[in-house]
Write a protein that binds this ligand. Structure first.
Ligand code: SF4
Length: 940
């Protein structure tokens, strides 16, 4: 019998519920969990492709020391010994953990406890520093705690949704889908997008404000002053629940309208319209994400937004409030356990002596970190200059994702002792480890994650543990024990979660926002059955952690057992099963049914009670900083970010052919006039350079990009491209409050990269030994696709193919080499099976790529088909679908254009005709853009 397991997507901070089904033959499929309140059954393209990313190819399966397989005892003893030695010789500040928003809360909790409570230093930081630490800092300044006030439903209830620094359509696709559906149902709802780029999200915007980079503070300070002059201030709320209003106003008043227009670069009409909309609309939600956070003024940006919501009292009520959308699946869980170097566990403050004392007493630990530790950028500087003697990196790939990544790589190489815990053996970071520890991956590990709306959900295992892989919490606890510390005798994630919950409630009594005391006595069975719930979840709400859904593990037989157990336990507060076999929703969960008017009752601050000692929120007096870093040598502003179908450094999504078909190589978006000025043609190569590093990527010329600015995705690593780690170019400039790097405003130069020949290839075997200055590799159905460019002529392309694609000697190529034109077409067949095909030209190669890729799994028994492949053109019987738009259903741009020309002028009509956009919906914004483009072209 197939087994179903309810779990949570491991990618973005939306935190979608997933049902994973393991068939009798072991095949895994996934679908959205209709009962999960984050997604109600929806998944985006990444979530839908999860089953394609769980193979064991490239997995790290055994501990290794110096590249040699070893056993856990030897590896853990060595880790404990080297950390203990460094601490004994150089003090606790000589060691550090660099962890990740990919860790589960239980892993994070143990890591933080070991470092801050037992080793006694704050030197644990996380890649969430790069993602949302400015939001944390802004929340703490305004609210006195790192509290996200609202819930997702607020975006659906709002009359005005502002998306600032957030490409929701690609980075939080399911929230985008919820918003788009709400807007379609209620066309009066307005959406304003604030972003220097015209992203896919802009396509649902009533107003797109293409502000200058980092001018958000000026924009929102201007709004704040406008609200005052328009009489839109909630005087009672401000008087009774806040402080600092006059100081904030005094600085805002210094900005004239002209200042704001000049700094933001917006037309006056657009600015007026934005201010009018905000002023006139009670139900306003302002969502912000990396475009706000990843800035040298990120914390100020957050407070400039919060100031406007506090001033109008539009916070914590249905359909209104500031809303930070987190990037990672468990960025919020990391914040809850104190995974940032400047925080303590359970949202307590490391700089507060009472909090330190409380946590130490709870942990019964020998020490407690007395001061904040090193934040990510400073941590790697300390590694580089030798202050850090032992470093443990968990579930992250800083050689790709850290700013100034080449320097970070050199620092890791030079560190005397580096441990890396990962699921993969060959990442850009693992190659520099002294010790590799194999961790459990998604589908193998067990624990909890918290999404952007404070909802805690279970990640559950449904796959066998491969090799000797072990949970990260287990690795940490074992090292803790071997270092001689008590307090690490955990036997399960439930054990750890219960302790984490108990700490959240310890001496709390409402004085701290994070309280899940209801779960402090959770047992293994309740933990196993746990349904998604939002915090706060205190003992006052319910005496036991909520249960609502069965995890569907073990088929009907086990289901029956679970139901029986639930019934038996009804008297001890496990929710009983109704006669139809469906567990009712717990009163604590309450999202799906019986929820209070206006949806969730888990909002903060409608009552005006904040977490500063006086119970008041703080306005923050701000000063906009004009942040143009460009100069004559580096005249462009680089903005880095995500694309729809890849995640972080591609170590998992790069395994999926379907996801890789959307955008298969690294690119730089440039404005057409900039491209002309620097002499870069579409699809040629462009070199991006800063004082820190270089990248070579494909030029994508588009009017979506503002003048003098360049967008490059942050995903590509050295396994998938020759030189596209764009974070190697990013300067290590940080926000002075949060320490978050400014990854969206980097001064760079851009120039054409001189190419002798461009190439495109498909290959059944993974290409090996690539040494071209540009190459980009991507998975494809039946093999691999490869883009290459060389800066010197290659003498013998046939030989090159044999080496690169492992073509046996006896197989002769079909095709030609034209030395005059530089055109090369070579294909190698093993009987009727294509082994590899290479297309070379002096200009970017014009080949129907998706058609060529499809030939890897096609039969080539007929000579006609072999020659068609060499020609690089599909026959009339097999039209080229074009670049993939809909990854789920494999629909290409040419198919959509044909449908538009055939009269389909809406996304729905395109869906009916081609099926594009009818599964996860992540491509619907792109489809709309293609329709608009075709119709505009036809009208010209
Ligand atoms: Fe996963 Fe997509 Fe949901 Fe994010 S929106 S949690 S990536 S399915």
């Amino acid at each position: 019998m197939p087994t179903e397991t309810k779990t949570t997507c491991p990618y973005c901070g939306v935190g979608c519920g997933v049902i994973a089904t393991v068939a009798d033959d072991g095949a895994v499929s996934v679908k959205g969990d209709p009962d999960h309140p984050a997604n109600f059954g929806r998944l985006c393209s990444k979530g839908s492709a999860l089953a394609e990313t769980i193979d064991l190819d490239g997995r790290l399966l055994y501990p290794e020391i110096g590249g040699q397989q070893t056993n856990w005892d030897t590896a853990l003893d060595l880790v404990a010994d080297r950390f203990s030695t460094a601490i004994a010789e150089h003090g606790p500040d000589s060691v550090a953990f660099y962890v990740s928003g990919q860790l589960l809360t239980e892993d994070y909790y143990v890591a933080n406890k070991l470092m801050k409570g037992f080793i006694g230093t704050g030197n644990i930081d996380t890649n969430s520093r790069l993602c949302m630490s400015s939001s944390v800092a802004g929340h703490r300044r305004a609210f006195g705690a790192d509290t996200v006030p609202g819930v997702y439903e607020d975006l659906e209830l709002a009359d005005l949704v502002i998306l600032t620094g957030s490409n929701l359509a690609w980075c939080h696709p399911v929230i985008y889908q919820r918003l788009a559906a709400a807007k379609a149902a209620r066309p009066g709802m307005k959406v304003v997008v604030i972003d220097p780029r015209r992203t896919m999200t802009s396509d649902i915007a009533d107003l797109h404000l293409a502000i200058r980079p980092d001018s958000d503070v000026a924009l929102f300070m201007g709004l704040f002053a406008h609200l005052i002059s328009a009489g839109a201030i909630d005087q009672n709320y401000v008087a009774e629940h806040t402080s600092g209003f006059n100081e904030a106003f005094a600085t805002a008043a210094l900005l004239s309208s002209n200042d704001i227009l000049e700094q933001t670069g917006l037309p006056a009409m657009q600015l007026r319209e934005f201010y009018r909309l905000f002023t006139a609309t009670e139900k306003v939600v302002t969502c912000y994400s990396q475009g706000v956070n990843q800035s040298s003024s990120g914390t100020d940006k957050v407070n400039s937004i919060i100031n406007c919501h506090l001033a109008t009292g539009r916070i914590g009520r249905p359909g209104m409030g500031p809303f930070s959308l987190t990037g990672q699946p468990n960025a919020m869980g990391g914040r809850e356990v104190g995974g940032l170097a400047n925080m303590l566990a359970a949202h307590m403050a490391i700089e507060n002596a009472n909090d330190r004392d409380r946590v130490q007493r709870f942990w019964q630990s020998p020490v407690i970190a007395e001061k904040p530790g090193l934040k990510a950028v400073d941590m790697f500087k300390a590694v580089a200059d030798g202050r850090i003697k032992a470093l443990w990196i968990m579930a992250t790939n800083p050689v790709v994702s850290m700013p100034d990544a080449d320097t970070v790589e050199a620092a890791i190489k030079s560190c005397p002792f580096v441990v890396v815990s990962d699921v993969l053996r060959g990442t850009d970071t693992t190659s520099h480890a002294d010790i590799l520890l194999p961790s459990l991956g998604w589908g193998e590990k067990n624990g909890t994650v918290t999404n952007s709306e404070r909802r805690i959900s279970r990640q559950r295992d449904f796959l066998d543990v491969p090799g000797d892989a072990r949970a990260d919490w287990w690795q940490l606890a074992e090292v803790g024990r071997r270092m001689g510390f008590d307090g690490f005798g955990y036997t399960s994630p439930a054990d750890i979660f219960a302790e984490h919950a108990a700490l959240s409630a310890f001496e709390n009594d409402g004085s701290r926002d994070f309280d899940i005391g209801a779960c402090a006595a959770i047992d293994e069975e309740s933990y196993r059955l746990m349904s998604p719930f939002q915090w706060p979840a205190t003992g006052r709400d319910t005496p036991l952690c909520p249960t609502g859904h069965l995890p569907h593990r073990g088929g009907d037989h086990e289901r029956d057992d679970l139901r029986r157990n639930a019934n038996l336990a009804a008297s001890s507060n496990v929710v009983p099963v109704s006669s139809d076999g469906v567990l009712p929703i717990s009163p604590l969960v309450g999202e799906m049914a019986g929820r209070p008017e206006g949806g969730s009752d888990k909002r903060f601050f409608a009552d005006g009670r904040f977490y500063h000692p006086d119970g008041r929120a703080r306005f923050v007096a701000l000063k906009p900083v004009i942040c143009d870093r460009t100069n004559s040598e580096y005249p462009f502003t680089l903005n880095t970010g995500r694309i729809r179908d890849q995640w972080h450094t591609m170590t998992r999504t790069g395994k999926s052919a379907r996801l890789s078909s959307h955008i298969a190589e690294p690119f730089a978006e440039l404005h057409p006039r900039d491209a002309i000025e620097i002499g870069v043609g579409n699809a040629t190569l462009v070199e991006i350079e800063s004082p820190h590093g270089k990248a070579i990527v494909r030029a994508l010329i588009t009017e979506r990009q503002a003048r003098s600015s360049i967008f490059v995705p942050m995903h590509w690593n050295d396994q998938f491209a020759a030189k596209a780690r764009i974070d190697a170019v990013v300067a290590p400039i940080t926000d002075p409050v949060s320490g978050q790097p400014a990854s969206k405003n980097v001064a760079v130069a851009a120039r054409p990269f001189a190419v002798a020949s461009y190439g495109f290839a498909v290959s059944a075997a993974k290409p090996d030994g690539l040494d071209a200055p540009y190459w980009a590799l991507a998975k494809a159905d039946g093999g691999w696709r490869l883009e290459i460019a060389v800066d010197q002529q290659v003498e013998d392309w046939s030989l090159w193919c044999r080496r690169t694609f492992a073509i046996p000697e006896e197989i002769e190529p079909l095709g030609y080499v034209d030395r005059q034109s530089g055109d090369v077409r070579l294909a190698f067949f093993d009987g009727g099976r294509l082994l590899a095909a290479l297309f070379i030209a002096r200009q970017p190669v014009a080949v129907a790529r998706n058609w060529a890729i499809a030939q890897l799994v096609a039969s080539h028994d007929q000579p006609r088909k072999r020659f068609a492949l060499v020609a690089g053109r599909p026959g009339a019987d097999m039209p080229d679908p074009g670049a993939t738009v809909c990854s789920c259903l494999g629909v290409g741009v040419n198919q959509i254009i044909a449908a538009v020309r055939g009269g389909c002028h809406s996304v729905e009509a395109i869906g009916s005709q081609t099926k594009a956009g009818t599964n996860c919906g992540s491509c619907r914004a792109e489809i709309r853009g293609i329709i608009d483009g075709c119709l505009a072209a036809a009208a010209e």
